[in-house]
Ligand binder design. Structure first.
Ligand code: SAM
Ligand code: SF4
Length: 433
């Protein structure tokens, strides 16, 4: 199984693995040994699709050696391309959209079934998928943290984004099912859950909203920490800020995609807030939530973005001082509103703006991290450091990566760490009693 893209795809892959394991399949890290190869794909940017297509051609080699190998494509690219994919690559055995992915075991039992392509054909079709019916706990890389989806799809139609088309309309998971999953995870040794959805703030179920869900997950489960991603600025309510500020289990980190600092571009992107609205929101968050950290997503080179528009994005980055940021070059996505705009910022210019932005953010991240020297934090240690085998890696509640020395006992524990060094991406510390 190889996964491209966002946390939702990782979660879907982990749940599919769990399902396949329960049916008696086993995992191999060596593709040459595999009988079934699944590629769970992303469509958000063209590059992600190109990489997935490249991987599929690589995997074709294994099928040439052994024609019994099943090559399966799932996820957003599968949904977007559907039959075009089997037309392009006739050797593919199955193409399953994000809402058909869990039907794979059933298809495997009946591999003579000639409906090789199963994707949703309309928005109504997504609605009819009964996606929450199967309750499957994810097969995770680490037992100490887990994702849990609270919604699927998106209704926002940001003009550049393919997600509403490939993942369908926003559908909210029943609240008691989410709480039950979090408790099951806690009972299995998981310390931290990340609640995921394209826009978690718009969650609603039988009169309860996302703030109520945080309250219920805090009160009714034994999980230690609760994270959540992604927050849309237009839906981040005062009630939610209050909950994040006051519920001790809720992590003080908000991923709040800004996308651009220019009001003209934000309007063209259909983001439904202005830079002033965003700044006011950040001010309120900083006032109310102690030690909060903020991260964001930015797109550079959106159609018609001028140097002045880009300067406004740089200004916003300086004003807000995000702890970290994911920064992208605009990529045209067929079928979106923005695909009808002329992609008029030359690639070189997009790349130049991206480099400037990344450089600025690196400085800001470092400056913010250096302010933490001498402070102590709770850190959930969840793996060995890859660079230094005597050290351990974990995260603070504010989502900062921390490297700490210690023996094996720290793994899976929430420990107290004093920070004594930092760079743009990582804090380094020592264990405290
Ligand atoms: N729902 C989340 C949100 O609203 O931020 C995440 C959506 S998307 C998977 C993650 C990020 O990819 C977006 O926030 C945006 O910055 C970026 N993105 C989406 N479409 C893009 C495109 N066509 N070109 C470049 N970046 C894009
Ligand atoms: Fe895409 Fe906007 Fe929905 Fe995020 S909120 S998934 S960027 S359409």
């Amino acid at each position: 199984m190889q996964t491209f893209g966002c946390q939702m795809n990782v979660y879907d892959s982990e749940r599919l693995l769990s399902l396949l394991l329960s049916e008696g399949h086993r995992i191999t890290r060596n593709p040459e040994e595999a009988d079934i190869i699944v590629l769970n794909t992303c469509s958000v940017r063209e590059r992600a699709e190109r990489r997935a297509l490249g991987r599929l051609s690589d995997f074709y080699r294994f099928k040439q050696k052994n024609p019994d190998v099943m090559l399966v494509v799932t996820g957003c690219m599968a949904q977007r391309m559907g039959k075009d994919l089997t037309g392009m690559m006739p050797y593919l055995d199955m193409v399953l959209g994000p809402d058909q992915i869990f039907q794979l075991p059933a298809y495997l039992q009946n591999s003579k079934d000639n409906s090789r392509v199963a994707v949703c054909s309309s928005r109504e079709d997504f609605d009819s998928q009964k996606i929450w019916e199967q309750e499957i706990l994810p097969e995770r890389k680490t037992p100490f943290t887990s994702f849990a989806a609270i919604s699927r799809g998106c209704n926002n139609f940001c003009s550049y984004c393919v997600v509403p088309y490939v993942r369908g309309p926003e559908r909210h998971r029943p609240i008691h099912q989410i709480v039950r999953e979090i408790q099951l995870l806690a009972e299995s040794g998981c310390k931290e859950v990340s609640l995921i959805g394209q826009n978690v703030n718009s969650y609603k179920f039988e009169g309860k909203d996302f703030a109520d869900l945080l309250q219920m997950a805090s009160d009714q489960t034994n999980i230690d920490w609760i994270r959540f991603v992604t927050s849309h600025p237009k839906d981040l309510s005062e009630k939610l800020i209050e909950k994040i500020a006051t519920l001790p289990k809720t992590c003080e980190h908000i991923h709040l995609p800004l996308q651009s600092g220019s009001d003209r571009i934000l309007k063209k992107m259909n983001r439904k807030y202005t830079s002033q609205d965003y700044l006011k929101l950040v001010e309120r968050i900083n006032e109310r939530i102690e030690d909060v950290s903020l991260s964001t997503d930015i797109i550079v080179g959106f159609p018609t973005e001028t140097r002045e528009d880009f300067e406004r994005t740089l200004d916003m980055m300086k004003k807000v001082e995000f702890d970290s940021a994911f920064m992208f070059r605009y990529s045209v996505r067929e079928g979106t509103k923005a695909a009808s705009f002329v992609d008029d910022v030359p690639e070189e210019e997009k790349l130049g703006r991206l480099h400037i932005l990344i450089g600025l953010q690196k400085e800001i991240s470092k400056k913010k991290n250096l302010r933490l020297l001498g402070k102590t934090f709770q850190v959930l240690v969840d793996e060995r450091s890859r660079k230094d085998k005597d050290k351990w890696k974990g995260k603070t509640k504010s989502n900062k990566t921390v490297i700490v020395e210690g023996n094996e006992d720290v793994l899976g524990k929430i420990v107290t760490v004093k920070i004594n060094d930092a760079d743009s991406f990582t804090l380094f510390g020592t264990l405290q009693e």
